[in-house]
Design a binder for this molecule. Structure first.
Ligand code: ADP
Ligand code: MG
Length: 254
């Protein structure tokens, strides 16, 4: 469906694994400034779609643009530099680095710079100082300041999810793609994560959210896009998607 102010537009995106077609999306648009949820049964191709369009995986075909520019040939760090970042379903925190070091390293990794973790403790370059300030702001925002100098390995699963989101935000993205940010997180922290996601949207960021909890999806989304067997089968406002027979069938058939 065409959107009045699409920030992201994808066409004919195909990704196969051997004989399996994991993603086969004819057309998908994301409206700027919204929370758009990507739903669908396990194995529907949601994570694969994220991997492909964020430059972490190569497609068998397709093009996609971000803010009007074709980004479909760019590697992940150059996509990130354009302002489009993603998180992973399984968090990538490095357990032997502190929370703050994870953020600082994340910032440079995302934009493709070499950075030796041991040097993080001696930030003599002005750029590193700037990154440090940003890291501290995000630790504060996500209530992780008390974990600043603790190894990520000592953090709870939920805290690591917050750290993962904070890390994606280090590069001040325009659009953030979150792959199951609430998975395995306790209810209180889920509420907190949802609050953070809404706050980011209210600040003007575009959010694409993969989430399996339908109550969460229906409560937070401006728009819901449904995948099944790699294809986009339905999209619409939450209330319409809730009643959509193709969506109901996809879940019952799974
Ligand atoms: P979702 O995130 O919607 O649960 P995925 O994108 O992870 O689904 O997977 C879509 C399909 O692609 C699944 O059938 C999965 O087994 C398959 N798949 C994903 N990644 C790979 C891979 N690296 N190699 C082979 N098959 C894969
Ligand atoms: Mg997935």
């Amino acid at each position: 469906v065409a959107k009045p102010d699409a920030i992201f537009v994808a066409d004919d995106v195909v990704r196969r694994f051997g004989g399996l077609t994991a993603v086969d999306v004819d057309h998908l648009e994301i409206q700027r400034g919204t929370i758009t949820s990507l739903i669908g049964p396990n194995g529907a191709g949601k994570s694969t779609f994220f991997n492909v369009v964020s430059g972490f995986d190569s497609p068998d075909g397709g093009t996609w643009s971000f803010q009007g520019s074709d980004v479909s040939k760019l590697p992940a760090h150059r996509v990130a530099r354009r302002g489009m970042v993603r998180t992973f379903q399984l968090t990538k925190a490095l357990t032997r680095l502190t929370a703050r070091e994870n953020l600082m390293l994340g910032a440079t990794q995302q934009v493709g710079e070499r950075f030796i973790p041991a040097l993080l403790r001696f930030p003599w370059r002005s750029q590193e100082a700037t990154i440090g300030v940003r890291a501290d702001e995000l630790l504060e925002r996500f209530n992780l300041s008390h974990m600043r100098d603790e190894f990520a390995g000592t953090m709870s699963g939920g805290q690591r999810k917050l750290l993962e989101m904070a890390r994606a935000l280090m590069v001040e993205p325009t659009m953030i793609m979150l792959d199951e940010p609430m998975a395995g997180v306790n209810p209180a922290l889920t509420q907190s994560l949802l609050g953070h996601i809404q706050a980011l949207r209210d600040e003007g960021m575009t959010i694409v959210l993969v989430e399996h909890d339908m109550d969460v999806v229906m409560g937070i989304s401006d728009w819901v896009t449904t995948f099944a067997q790699g294809r986009l089968i339905a999209e619409g406002r939450p209330d319409d998607i809730r009643r959509d027979s193709a969506v109901i069938d996809a879940y019952l058939g799974a």
